[in-house]
Design a binder for this molecule. Structure first.
Ligand SMILES: NC(=O)c1ccc[n+]([C@@H]2O[C@H](COP(=O)([O-])OP(=O)(O)OC[C@H]3O[C@@H](n4cnc5c(N)ncnc54)[C@H](OP(=O)(O)O)[C@@H]3O)[C@@H](O)[C@H]2O)c1
Length: 429
């Protein structure tokens, strides 16, 4: 590597395969020279590939689970005093199986040593050098797994929760230093990870995965933009990342078990695209629900007509003891939802007379969140959770046929998971 170069320098750990290899390619194609590290000698082959993209590359073969390996990398990561302009601390491993009976302590301590200890150790040096220079970008490969207890993958998820928390804390500490910190949060990605973790017989190991190139591109772009975190890459993963925030940890731990339990990926449902995602927060362990919105909705299609007055609507709300009610059009179609808050904000606070204002005037024309009469109760729960509503009008064709409330769902299902999910909606609604 030359002394004088105007090209920026990036360090990537775990660059011999998977996400790290694609991150290194992103850096190379975007004009960076590289220091890349991995444990096996194939890191040399990756270095050759990257040189083919025009980058100067130093390949460092080290075992980052040891302090010696980390020190070795640190001494090579700043060739001739060149502090890296960017670093992707990405090397990581997992181990699937029951903690009590399946997994080896040695493997789990290696997870801690690599995912946690080496990450802190490397960051200590990089951060100090970058802060002294007044610039730098650090990408931590965290995971969607950081947001949930990892039943049958317990130490791995805990290690990623550490990385996520650590990254976000550093980001705040460094906000005025010119050094940015970004957390990359992939969902299941098609790399060697699951094979190494002995998880190919699990649902997540056998299921659909994201392309590491897409994940790396997302990570690189977020790093360059100085973003706090990036959930990559599929829309599904992003929705799951968001949805996950709604759920209690105990529910997430149960759902994780269904996806990561050894053997869960075997059998007719164990392979291919039909397999649910590891972090599919909507996945339920037992398929015992089977009910539709029509089965559990309460009462008839109680609604307020669009030409009825707001005062009439208020009386109906009071009589029924509810806080929201559908607005039905003359054509029997749903025009909107009227809430007690709408009456205060859109009518009383604006000085309008509730006796002269029609209920239909409070509908703002935006699409009403509804559920189909034959949609499953699971769909109803999901819709409530994602839209943070407690009552859903039930539609058959275009006709309003009823309303399903959070309480209806809670009453009709005795499944503990669902009860907790309803609680989660309640907490965030
Ligand atoms: N795949 C997923 O579904 C997924 C999802 C979320 C987050 N992640 C995270 O993404 C990161 C990259 O994993 P990946 O999915 O790309 O898996 P991968 O293909 O198995 O890559 C892991 C990389 O880490 C390196 N590594 C392993 N042990 C090492 C050690 N002791 N010392 C130095 N390097 C070591 C490997 O190098 P060698 O081949 O030389 O051992 C390899 O380059 C990890 O932090 C993982 O936790 C993965």
């Amino acid at each position: 590597m030359t002394d004088q170069t105007s090209r920026p320098l990036a360090l990537v750990t775990g660059a011999s395969s998977g996400i790290g290899r694609e991150l290194a390619r992103e850096f190379a194609t975007n004009g960076f020279d590289l220091v890349i590290a991995a444990e096996d000698e194939r890191i040399g082959t990756v270095a050759e590939e990257l040189r083919g993209l025009g980058a100067e590359v130093i390949a460092v073969q080290v075992d980052l689970t040891t302090d010696r390996g980390v020190d070795n990398l640190i001494s090579r990561a700043a060739p001739r005093g060149r502090v890296p302009d960017a670093a992707a601390l990405n090397a990581g491993i997992g181990a699937g199986g029951a903690f009590a009976t399946d997994t080896a302590l040695e493997d789990e301590l290696r997870i801690v040593d690599l995912n946690v200890r080496s990450t802190v150790h490397l960051a200590k040096h990089l951060v100090a050098d970058m802060v002294a220079r007044g610039s730098g970008r650090i990408l931590f490969t965290s995971s969607i797994a950081s947001t949930m207890p990892g039943t049958y993958q317990a130490v791995y998820n805990a290690s990623k929760s550490f990385v996520q928390s650590f990254a976000l804390a550093l980001r705040e500490e460094l906000k005025d230093t010119g050094v940015t910190v970004t957390a990359l949060m992939p969902g299941p990605t098609d790399t060697e990870f699951f094979e190494r973790a002995d998880m190919l017989d699990t649902k997540v190991g056998a299921g659909d995965k994201d392309d590491p190139r897409d994940v790396a591109r997302d990570g690189f772009e977020a790093l360059m933009a100085g973003e706090e975190r990036i959930i990559s890459a599929s829309l599904k993963t992003k929705l799951q990342g968001r949805g996950s925030r709604l759920l209690p940890d105990s529910v997430k731990a149960k759902m994780h078990a269904a996806q990561a339990r050894p053997g869960s990926g075997e059998g007719p449902e164990g392979n291919g695209s039909a397999v649910p995602h590891e972090y599919d927060i909507h996945e339920k362990e037992d398929d015992d629900m089977g009910k539709t919105a029509r089965d559990v909705m309460s009462g008839g299609a109680e609604c307020v007509g669009e030409n009825e007055t707001v005062l009439d609507a208020a009386r109906k709300l009071a009589d029924l003891g509810v806080g929201a009610m559908p607005i039905c059009g003359e054509d029997d179609r749903l025009k909107g939802m009227l809430t007690d808050r709408d009456i205060v904000v859109k009518v009383l606070a604006k000085g309008k007379d509730p006796e002269q204002t029609r209920a239909g005037e409070t509908a703002d024309g935006s699409e009403v969140v509804t559920i189909g009469a034959d949609d499953s109760v699971e769909d109803a729960l999901r819709t409530m959770a994602s839209h943070k509503v407690r009552r859903l009008p039930v539609i058959d064709g275009h006709r309003l046929v009823g309303v399903v409330s959070q309480a209806d769902l809670a009453r009709s299902l005795d499944n503990a998971q669902v009860g907790e999910l309803v609680e989660a909606i309640s907490a965030t609604a």
